[in-house]
Design a protein around this ligand. Sequence first.
Ligand code: DX5
Ligand code: ZN
Length: 219
Amino acid sequence: MRRVAPSLLAADFGHLAAQIQAVEAAGADWLHCDIMDGHFVPNISFGLPVVAAIRRYSRLPLDVHLMIIEPERYIEAFAEAGADIITFHWEAAPHADRVVRRIHQLGKRAGIALNPATPVEVLRDILPFVDLVCVMSVNPGFGGQAFLPHIPQKLQRLSALRAELRAPVLIEVDGGVSPQIAPLLQEADVLVAGSSIFQAPDPAQVIALLRQASPLHTS
Ligand code: DX5
Ligand code: ZN
């Protein structure tokens, strides 16, 4: 069953607890937290105290997407703040294997995110050891951007690599995802969506539509 992870970056931060409750009631499976440092990406979002606050208001798995340089410096702190899945960028971590091991030592699930220009083949040697690959379908840094058209092909290549390696990894797609785009994302096990959920008059309907197209492979 495909999971839907609303990105809280698109929420009204002045009413975060209420927004969390609203997407939970609307059927969210995970909560996606976008951490931006103003270095790896040209924007600053929120950090540890906000993740800890989100943790206090929800029992859903927290899917923490680190768009930060030197992610290894902050893995432990985000684990303590309540992250369940910790995803870092391949482009920000020359020692990705070490970062994955550290996340697992802390008892959390490890994800690796790829920028739109990074080919999936770079993951060949590490894919069997990670829990999730986050395929960025916009250049990270901002919500509300347009989905990039080369991503469906990239998902097919990642899905083929996963099958070849028999890697039990979840494929997540993040950026510009809407019910109109969802049919192009058959390989995705997890869809992240910010604006399309939080700006909708009926978030429950959007979440249901995003979930509708089941992934080809479930892991
Ligand atoms: C982009 C973030 C995404 C973003 C998604 O840098 O990683 O998670 O918030 O928002 P939408 O769905 O509005 O593109
Ligand atoms: Zn994200």
